[in-house]
Write a protein that binds this ligand. Structure first.
Ligand code: ADP
Ligand code: MG
Length: 301
């Protein structure tokens, strides 16, 4: 196959590993800088141009679109889809995953376990919103935050009220969520490829911190997940329409709950914690599934 990785930086661990794995399996691979792709969206024959040439003949696209370039990145991906090129994750699924509220609504439709979560617009509704999600302590999140930035733990109702007021005053979109205290500052990253969890790791927040993000100083270790956790992760991936993703679970006393689904999951932490060749498994998945017009949406939506 002839593969393209849509990525801003060929030196990132995940990108390097995907290149290595593709070449090992006998495929040619090229890194294409997402922001240097440009296109004429009105022609009858959709195409993508790149530094003066036309990008043609790719059998599959591996999107590695960072949160900061979601809008442009998904537009480029949609154009590839319109050209009939197979994309590992489809643009519409990536767009869904970038909005935490929209994601939870999609997961809720499928009856997947979630932390109790509320959303409101008017400051007048804050006290009732807090009551609705079960009162303090609670977690307040920016809908489009990543790497733990924009996630706040409010220990008391007064603190919650003032933090929510502050975010609303800044016109930031936030959701309010039950704090899963019993998770003890740990979450579980399930790495899903197709309909399988191929690896799982537990991430533990550093002492005094409740956010387990590796970017916030969390540490990762191998963990054995339960059949219920496995089923929750694969159902979540399916509900989002993602072929490859990281599903983050919390162990709550009402069973596993999904916190978020990441459509560009990093490979470094999970390969280090599990010793597995995840990049290799991604390329194998593409080899089994890629083909002209094999995407579901083909640029719709
Ligand atoms: P981000 O997209 O910034 O990673 P998350 O929703 O994943 O945002 O939250 C970051 C971290 O905060 C999680 O990995 C988890 O450790 C902790 N956390 C988030 N929500 C909750 C919650 N409802 N209860 C307990 N811990 C939480
Ligand atoms: Mg997270």
């Amino acid at each position: 196959m002839h593969l393209a990785i849509l990525s801003r930086n060929a030196n990132l661990y995940s990108t390097r590993r995907l290149i290595e794995a593709a070449e090992q399996q006998g495929h040619s691979v090229r890194v294409v800088d997402t922001l240097r792709c440009y296109m004429n969206v009105t022609t009858s024959k959709p195409s993508i141009h790149y530094r003066g040439e036309e990008l043609e003949n790719f059998d599959a696209i591996i999107p590695r679109i960072g949160a900061s370039v979601t809008f442009y990145g998904t537009a480029v991906l949609r154009q590839f889809e319109m050209m009939g090129v197979y994309t590992l994750n489809e643009s519409v699924a990536i767009t869904r995953s970038r909005d935490k509220l929209r994601s939870l609504q999609l997961l809720s439709r499928k009856g997947i376990g979630l932390p109790i979560t509320g959303f409101a617009h008017s400051p007048d509704d804050i006290p009732d919103l807090i009551r609705m999600v079960g009162g303090a302590p609670l977690v307040i999140k920016l809908l489009e935050g990543t790497q733990g930035i924009g996630v706040v733990l409010a220990e008391t109702e007064k603190a919650a009220e003032s933090v929510i007021q502050a975010f609303m005053g800044l016109k930031a979109n936030i959701m309010v969520q039950e704090y899963i205290e019993e998770a003890g500052g740990a979450d579980i990253r399930c790495f899903v490829i197709g309909d399988k969890v191929v690896a799982a790791m537990k991430r533990q927040a550093s002492p005094g911190e409740f956010r387990s993000n590796l970017h916030r100083g969390g540490s990762a270790e191998l963990i054995k997940i339960t059949p219920q956790e496995r089923a929750t992760a694969t159902r979540a991936a399916k509900a989002m329409g993602l072929n490859v993703c990281g599903v983050d679970l919390l162990r709550s006393n009402h069973g596993p709950v999904v916190m978020e689904v990441n459509s560009s999951p990093g490979l470094e932490g999970i390969e280090a914690a599990t010793g597995k060749d995840i990049a290799g498994q991604i390329i194998e998945y593409i080899a089994r599934h890629a083909g002209p017009n094999k995407n579901r949406t083909r640029g719709r939506g």
